[in-house]
Design a protein around this ligand. Sequence first.
Ligand code: PRP
Length: 217
Amino acid sequence: MSKSKRSTDPAQKVYVINHPLLQDRLTRLRNKNTSTAEFRFTLEEAGLLLAAEATRHLPTRSVRIQTPLASHKGVCLAHPTVLVPVLRAGLSLLPAFQRLLPSAAIGYIGLARNETTLAPEAYYQKLPKITLNTQVFLLDPMLATGGSSQAALDLLRKHGAHCITLVCLVAAPEGLKKIIESHPDISIYTAAIDQKLNPRGFITPGLGDAGDRLFGT
Ligand code: PRP
């Protein structure tokens, strides 16, 4: 079993996942010599480890089934799930989450960070039906200033989402603070909380621009 821990204030649901396989993948992703092909593959692997941890809290309900030998009371997921990658880099985490939650509906939010102002600019939105109990996973490997995640969370709220988990790979303290203050009731899962943002708004040490490294742009 991997080891997750709450960081900072225990009242806040921020989980840093210390699984050794995830930390191994994260180090490969940070390495500037990792090629685009290896980066993409490794990020998908990291996604699987993130998905296993970020789904820990999902509510279950009892279900009675018949094994080949006896009647057995087991469990199944209690509520529908929705996966929402933030375009583009969030797409890298989608296959892993789809694999573990194959019945999940999928929505997309397109946001691009303005390189001068660092403010997110929305360019696409398509979301499935979301009800009170729908368990929504917002996927974006990078939480830098937090502007993109905050905009995506605002959109999800307007669309009726109540139970939201933000899944990222690397978070900056500045971005985490912004999300904790603006959306204090969500859970956040990350593989690392890095030192800081640099003057250009990049997470340091970070792993560079995930979207550019993924798509070779
Ligand atoms: C990156 C990243 C996040 C966002 C994080 O996306 O994937 O979505 O920036 O920065 P923030 O927390 O300061 O908002 P980018 O805008 O570069 O788009 P891309 O995924 O298409 O490369």
